[in-house]
Design a protein around this ligand. Structure first.
Ligand SMILES: NC(=O)c1ccc[n+]([C@@H]2O[C@H](COP(=O)([O-])OP(=O)(O)OC[C@H]3O[C@@H](n4cnc5c(N)ncnc54)[C@H](O)[C@@H]3O)[C@@H](O)[C@H]2O)c1
Length: 344
């Protein structure tokens, strides 16, 4: 898809952060943008600011409501969408072994289930429309890693990445392109999500408080501007790129990121991988790339514009603020290693 003029675009999570940036960029490109989100107030603000043409309050985990939203669009515009952007997402972090069913049901339900619901709702309609089109999702750099404190989120995002690749291959005969946008740090409101979990999914194993989320907010302040990110996506859609990594060094970043698997296939492989990662050249290269992705020097934890060369003698990351036990388990979980529990 190269021309967005008068195209009908549907964006989940379109009231804030990455989704709002996408709404602004595609509206500016002449598209009729429909945003869907749980947050009514931010939807109203987005419409008032001219970021989008139309807004629908939608919980992406609600399949009936998703179908109703698709029907509503056909009523309003006379036809279904040309471009589907599935961006709604939430996160919360803590040791994998502390994760509860609620942690999985909430995070996987929104981040993976919301994408499934979008695809099942809209793909048949887009095929029937017969005009091709494009589908994108804001996945995450987190899809490529499996952090010890990010299990539900990383698993959901890795699942989305895999799922989108299936659709990328399946939808070629219909001239419908598919793109997976995989940014690292974005300047957004995602740190608010864990404080606003649905009432029926609040039994978490993680230590979450105003303080932990304040820490997360301070990290996201250094993140990529949502409109800059959306511009990367727009270019990716124009070029029909599957994996849209919003950094100039994308091929090398991905190469380094996935090299770990070959070392996990034989005894002693982890030690070999550690040796590769410990070389000064690799340390410098990885440090620089991590700084580009996160928006700050992850080793010195200072703001950076542009990212400095990583200094191999720099001290390990120390943030100058209280994390409040971010990424740790609740104190009352008696089976969790004490060093992973927050007792503050
Ligand atoms: N912030 C980051 O650093 C980062 C990095 C990589 C990927 N992402 C991904 O980007 C996407 C957008 O997040 P963001 O960072 O812009 O956060 P954000 O909180 O600013 O925006 C997300 C929007 O999704 C909405 N939402 C949440 N649950 C919903 C639901 N069940 N139904 C409908 N809407 C719902 C929220 O109300 C919010 O408006 C997410 O999928 C997130 O995982 C974020």
């Amino acid at each position: 898809m190269k021309d967005f003029k008068d195209k009908i675009v549907f964006i989940t999570g379109g009231a804030s952060g990455a989704g709002l940036g996408q709404a602004q960029v595609f509206t500016a490109a002449g598209a009729k943008v429909v945003i869907a989100d749980m947050n009514r107030q931010r939807l109203n603000e987005a419409i008032k600011s001219g970021a989008a043409d139309y807004a629908i309050k939608l919980d992406v985990t609600d399949r009936k409501a998703f179908a109703a939203a698709a029907d509503e669009i056909e009523k309003v515009y006379g036809e279904t969408i040309d471009l589907l952007i599935l961006t709604a997402g939430v996160n919360t972090f803590g040791p994998a072994e502390a994760s509860t069913y609620d942690d999985y049901d909430w995070v996987v339900g929104v981040c993976f289930g919301g994408v499934v619901n979008g695809l099942v709702t809209f793909v048949p309609r887009m095929i029937k429309k017969g005009k091709g089109g494009h589908i994108a999702s804001t996945v995450s750099w987190g899809a490529t890693e499996a952090g010890p404190s990010t299990a539900p989120y990383s698993a959901a995002k890795a699942g989305v990445l895999n799922l989108l690749e299936s659709y990328y291959n399946a939808l070629k005969p219909y001239n419908i392109g598919v793109s997976a946008l995989c940014p690292a740090n974005i300047n957004s409101h995602i740190y608010e999500a864990a404080l606003n979990r649905p009432e029926n999914l609040q039994n978490t194993g993680y230590n979450v408080s105003e303080k932990t989320q304040g820490f997360l907010a301070s990290i996201h302040k250094n993140g990529l501007d949502p409109q800059v990110l959306a511009t990367w996506l727009k270019k990716g859609i124009e070029d029909n790129i599957f994996l849209v990594i919003p950094y100039d060094q994308a091929p090398r970043m991905i190469e380094i990121q996935y090299e770990r698997f070959r070392y996990l296939t034989y005894p002693g492989g982890e030690a070999d991988l550690a040796a590769v990662r410990a070389t000064p050249e690799r340390q410098a290269e990885s440090g620089k790339m991590a700084a580009i992705r996160e928006g700050y020097d992850v080793r010195a934890a200072g703001p950076i514009v542009p990212p400095p060369d990583a200094d191999k003698d720099a001290p390990p990351p120390v943030f100058n603020f209280d994390t409040g036990g971010f990424g740790m388990a609740k104190s009352d979980l008696d089976f969790v290693d004490p060093s992973k529990k927050y007792n503050g």
